[in-house]
Design a binder for this molecule. Structure first.
Ligand SMILES: Nc1nc2c(ncn2[C@@H]2O[C@H](COP(=O)(O)OP(=O)(O)OP(=O)(O)O)[C@@H](O)[C@H]2O)c(=O)[nH]1
Ligand SMILES: [Mg+2]
Length: 691
């Protein structure tokens, strides 16, 4: 069925890992009759956790869409992972949503995931609603969580449905809008007499009225006149407050037992903005002019690609949110990023992995397009009459790296293309071959993320890989000037080989070898200079300490001798190499290590620990600045070799609130006391490579 944009709500369901998002979505689907059986995360039978890896790990790993049809509206719920390694899902989903339903577990309370979901919603200007789930649990303490929410989020927090324990130990729920109480049996709502809640009920109702009064001048007046609000007025004031963000309504219930979900559904429909009200966005034309894309049926089409699936079995799917106009199959649209025209393939509505064909995706709705070769996440597909790009997406940056190696001979060729596909669906994954160490490096948001990448490589692309730590790309250099002779002489039957050079080596600033000659009187004929230089360039590929590339070297050819018959290009190449080998061990050779600039974004309370840790890792703290999200940015220079487990350190220290970037800056001498270890490791690796 197609819905008009005022009857569509796109809602991101976010919160801490394991707080119950997927189960809540499952339960809402079940309650509204979209599915006949309620699946369980434990059995891998839910609509939203359908990927085999999700089933195995009993956690969501990617965003999935589940439309819930309720009383004439379509609530497109976007269930995203709570695990921080899979944060991509929330960043994708937020761009398709007008509002965020923040799920809070009554067992765990207001944890970092709640805080992050709230901040994400606020940053993107999305309306917010909170659902405290798992109220069926023995130790659920709603009022404690309410206090935590007020501390974390502030005075906008406004409870709308609260629990009350009945004499028989079961939980009933009071709807503060109507001040009616309900209990639930097998998911069925049964109205009961309002239990005695003492002053608490009065306090809650007063708080609600006060919150509502602040949304509108007329309501404020009425409030001060002491007149009670009608239920309609409360609902309307609440709706306004949710829209502007001054009210964050709080509901509660149980997903597994379908308790109080009817009240949640009713209020999602009533209070959360429709696509018509909340989906409009600013875009930018090719020449940089702002273009307002209004969520209107009759406007030219603009659809935003918020997620891409590039599965070898399912094929390529581009998840889209239609911001304006209607998306029809077969239409030719322009991709605002590339300027290329793309013909829309088959259109689908999705419910988890289930695909339902449709000829059209309406204004404000969410669906998917198959086989769009040129489209990637973040693209805007436009009617040719109005080509404008919606803001590019922002994703967390990959910081955890590991080297991978194919386990089976013959698979080498497959890995690149498999990773390209995986990166197409996952912008928080990156891959490169380190040209110095030859290692294939994948980077992601954490160890679990990389684990899943490895599992997908095997399951979906048939490529098995083993993991190894990333090798550090050291360099070598010298500190002193030294002159040496290189004399290559060989007599083998007829023609001999003869080359003889004196070369002075000294440190310099250039990365590349600087070659000069100061030969007097033709002791080395000019035509052999290129051979000498070539020999030296080949030699600098390996330093004399551990075989790492030699940098910062200047070589001056001073003198030498030649033989009219036996001298050759080859002989001078050899002679130059001999001079290099003879001189460098005496020229104060040193190892250089890569040093990077770290920008660690952490909460105020963690700055001291980060600085201490940076120092332990041999880094230098450069300074500290507040960032735009209320975190502090500790800036430092750190040896890259010491940073391999920094992602884990940051995750633990900040409980997932912090993030960082680390960029290579320059090479610096490795402290001498660490040289021996690096040399020994290099030797081991080199012998391994030779075997
Ligand atoms: N008792 C009770 N358990 C629940 C409820 N909702 C979810 N759970 C359990 O909580 C666990 C986590 O539930 P999920 O639905 O996977 O949580 P999630 O938020 O989707 O988790 P991630 O996707 O990993 O972030 C599962 O074992 C659920 O059975 C509830 O209402 N009551
Ligand atoms: Mg989940």
């Amino acid at each position: 069925m197609n819905y008009t944009s005022n009857n569509i709500r796109n809602i991101l369901v976010a919160g801490h890992a394991g707080c119950g998002k997927t189960t809540l979505v499952e339960s809402l689907l079940y309650t509204t009759g979209a599915i006949e059986r309620m699946g369980r995360v434990e059995d891998g039978s839910t609509v939203c956790d359908y990927d085999p890896e999700e089933e195995k790990r009993r956690a969501s790993l990617g965003a999935s869409v589940a439309p819930v049809e309720y009383d004439g509206v379509k609530l497109n719920l976007i269930d995203v992972p709570g695990l921080f390694d899979f944060e991509l899902g929330a960043y994708e989903g937020i761009r398709a949503a007008e509002s965020v339903l923040i799920c809070v577990s009554a067992r765990s309370g207001v944890t970092v995931g709640v805080e992050k979901a709230y901040k994400l919603a606020k940053k993107y200007g999305k309306s917010r609603m909170i659902f405290v789930t798992k109220m069926d649990l023995e130790n659920a303490n709603f009022y404690k969580i309410l206090e935590e929410l007020k501390t974390e989020i502030g005075p906008s927090v406004c409870p709308c449905v609260v629990p009350v324990k009945l004499d028989d130990g079961t939980t009933a729920y009071v709807n503060l809008f109507s001040q009616k109480a309900f209990k639930y049996e097998g998911g069925k709502q049964i109205q009961i007499e309002l239990p005695d809640m003492g002053h608490r009920l009065d306090g809650l109702v007063a708080a609600m009225s006060e919150a509502v009064a602040e949304t509108d001048d007329a309501l404020m007046e009425k409030f001060f006149d002491g007149e009670p609000f009608t239920t309609d007025e409360i609902v309307e004031g609440m709706r306004l407050g949710v829209k502007t963000g001054v009210i964050t309504p709080v509901f509660c219930g149980s997903a597994v037992n379908q308790q109080a979900l009817d009240m949640l559904l009713f209020n999602m429909r009533k209070l959360l903005p429709s696509a018509a009200r909340g989906a409009s966005a600013m875009a930018e034309s090719k020449n940089g002019d702002p273009v307002e894309i209004e969520c209107k049926e009759d406007d030219p089409l603009a659809a935003y690609v918020f997620k891409t699936v590039a599965d070898p079995f399912v094929g390529k799917l581009s998840y889209v949110k239609v911001i304006s106009g209607k998306l029809a199959s077969g239409s030719a649209l322009v991709n605002a990023r590339t300027g290329e025209s793309e013909r829309m393939g088959k259109l689908l509505f999705l419910r988890g992995k289930k695909q339902m064909d449709t000829s059209e995706i309406g204004t404000g709705d969410i669906g998917a397009v198959t086989k769009l070769p040129g489209a990637q996440t973040g693209d805007t597909l436009c009617d040719p009459s109005r080509v404008a790009a919606l803001p590019a997406p922002v994703f967390p940056v990959p910081t955890q790296s590991v080297a991978i190696k194919v386990a089976k001979k013959g698979d080498e060729g497959k890995i690149g293309s498999a990773l390209t596909r995986l990166m197409e669906e996952d912008p928080t994954l990156s891959y490169h071959v380190n040209s110095e160490t030859g290692q294939q490096i994948i980077s992601g948001l954490g160890e679990q993320h990389l684990d899943v990448v490895v599992a997908k490589l095997k399951a979906k692309f048939g490529v098995e890989v083993t993991l190894e730590p990333e090798r550090v790309a050291y360099r070598e250099s010298i500190r002193k000037k030294f002159k040496a002779q290189g004399r290559h002489k060989k007599q083998t039957g007829g023609h001999g080989q003869f080359g003889d050079v004196w070369i002075e080596f000294e440190p310099c600033d250039s990365e590349e070898l600087v070659f000069e000659e100061k030969v007097f009187g033709g002791s080395v004929p000019k035509n052999f200079f290129p051979a000498v230089e070539k020999g030296l360039r080949q030699a600098t590929e390996h330093g004399v300490l551990a075989g790492y590339p030699m940098v910062g070297l200047k070589a001056t050819l001073l003198d030498g001798s030649y033989h009219p018959v036996d001298s050759s290009e080859m002989a001078f190449i050899m002679a130059a190499k001999l001079a290099y080998k003879a001189a460098l061990p005496n020229a104060g050779p040193i190892l250089l290590e890569p040093v990077g600039t770290l920008k660690a974004h952490v909460p105020n309370g963690n700055t001291g620990d980060v600085m201490g840790d940076v120092t332990k890792r041999r880094g230098r703290v450069l300074g500290m600045n507040p960032d735009e999200d209320g975190l502090q940015t500790v800036e430092a220079e750190v040896p890259m070799a010491e940073m391999q487990d920094f992602t884990t350190f940051m995750r633990q220290l900040t409980q997932g609130r912090g993030w960082f970037t680390l960029e290579f800056t320059r090479y610096e001498p490795l402290p001498q006391m660490l040289e021996a270890k690096v040399i020994e490791e290099a030797k081991k690796l080199n012998t391994e490579a030779e075997e």
